[in-house]
Design a protein around this ligand. Structure first.
Ligand code: ATP
Length: 252
C-alpha cells in the first residue's frame, strides 16, 4: 500500500492555477522525485504536501490517514519531516545544539527556540540525544559538532539541515532541492546519503530537484510537472524520454 497519496490536489493564486489536479502514489521505502521547468509548480506542490499551503481541492493521505487539513506541525508529529532551501537553522547555535533543538523547529519561531535553548535544554532533547549522536555519526558531522552554524560553509549547513530532519526519525522525508548551492562533489555525497537514508533506514523520500544527475542517481519514481499538471510519472529514464517532458524543458 502507498505510504503517501495525493488525489486531484489543486491550488490557485488568484487566477493562476499553480497546481492543478495532481494525483500520485508513493510506495514505502522509495525515493520519489518531482521535476519540471521553472514555474511548473514544484515548490507550490511541495508546500502543499508539507502543509505550508492549504489545498483548494483534492486530498492528501499519509499511511491511510487524511492529512489534507492538518497543519504543518501536526504532520511532523505523524512522522513527516522536511528540509528548507533557505536552511532554517539557528545560526548562533552549534551543530549539536541545532540537532537537539530540531524537534521544536517545526512549531516554533527561531526566536522562541533560541530563548528556549538559552534557558535549559529540555528533558526530551536530552532523551533524544542518542538519536542525534547516531545521525552525527551517519552524516559524518563529528568535526563540526561544536561549530557555530554561522561559521560553517553552505555545503555543511545543508547537511546539518538534513541531519536535523533525520533526528525527528521521520517515516517520510521531504527534501526541498537537496543539491541546490552544492558543488559537484557535495552533490555526489548528497546522492550517497539519500540512498543510505532509503536503504539503511527504510525512510521514504519525496524531493523536488533540478539537478538531473542527482535525479537519475537516486530516484525510484519521477513525476514531471508543467503548468501545475502532471505530464507523466515513471522511472527517471522513462520520464526524460517522454516527448512532452522534452518539449516542456525546451520551453515549447
Ligand atoms: P522554480 O523551479 O522556478 O522554483 P516552481 O516549479 O517551483 O518554479 P512555483 O514556484 O511553484 O514553480 O510556481 C508555480 C506558479 O505559481 C508560477 O506561475 C508562480 O508565479 C505562481 N506562484 C507561486 N507562488 C505564488 C504566490 N505565493 N502567489 C502568486 N503566484 C504564485
Amino acid at each position: 500500500m502507498a505510504i503517501f497519496q495525493a488525489r486531484d490536489v489543486a491550488i490557485k493564486f488568484g487566477r493562476i492555477s499553480a497546481v492543478d489536479g495532481v494525483t500520485f502514489d508513493i510506495e514505502p521505502g522509495t525515493v520519489f522525485t518531482i521535476i519540471g521547468p521553472n514555474g511548473a509548480g514544484k515548490t507550490t506542490l511541495f508546500n502543499l504536501i508539507s502543509r505550508l499551503y492549504d489545498t483548494s481541492a483534492g486530498t492528501l493521505t499519509f499511511e491511510g490517514r487524511d492529512i489534507t487539513n492538518l497543519p504543518a506541525h501536526s504532520i511532523a508529529g505523524l512522522g513527516i519531516a522536511r528540509t528548507f532551501q533557505n536552511l532554517e537553522l539557528f545560526d548562533h547555535a552549534t551543530v549539536l545544539q541545532n540537532l537537539l533543538l530540531g524537534r521544536h523547529a517545526h512549531t516554533r519561531s527561531n526566536l522562541v527556540a533560541e530563548l528556549l535553548f538559552l534557558g535549559s535544554v529540555r528533558r526530551e532533547e536530552l532523551a533524544h540525544r542518542e538519536k542525534v549522536e547516531e545521525v552525527i555519526d551517519f552524516l559524518n558531522l563529528h568535526k563540526y559538532r561544536d561549530s557555530m552554524i554561522v561559521n560553517l560553509p553552505y555545503g555543511v549547513r545543508k547537511v546539518v539541515e538534513l541531519a536535523r530532519a533525520l533526528c525527528s526519525e521521520p517515516k517520510l522525508l521531504l527534501l526541498d532541492e537537496p543539491s541546490s548551492g552544492l558543488n559537484t562533489e557535495e552533490t555526489g555525497e548528497m546522492a550517497f546519503w539519500i540512498h543510505d537514508i532509503r536503504d539503511r533506514y527504510g525512510i521514504t523520500v519525496l524531493m523536488v530537484e533540478h539537478d538531473m544527475g542527482l535525479v537519475n542517481r537516486v530516484s525510484d519514481k519521477v513525476l514531471a510537472l508543467n503548468y501545475g499538471r502532471v505530464i507523466t510519472i515513471g522511472t527517471a529514464a522513462q520520464v526524460q524520454s517522454h516527448p512532452e517532458v522534452i518539449t516542456a524543458y525546451l520551453g515549447g
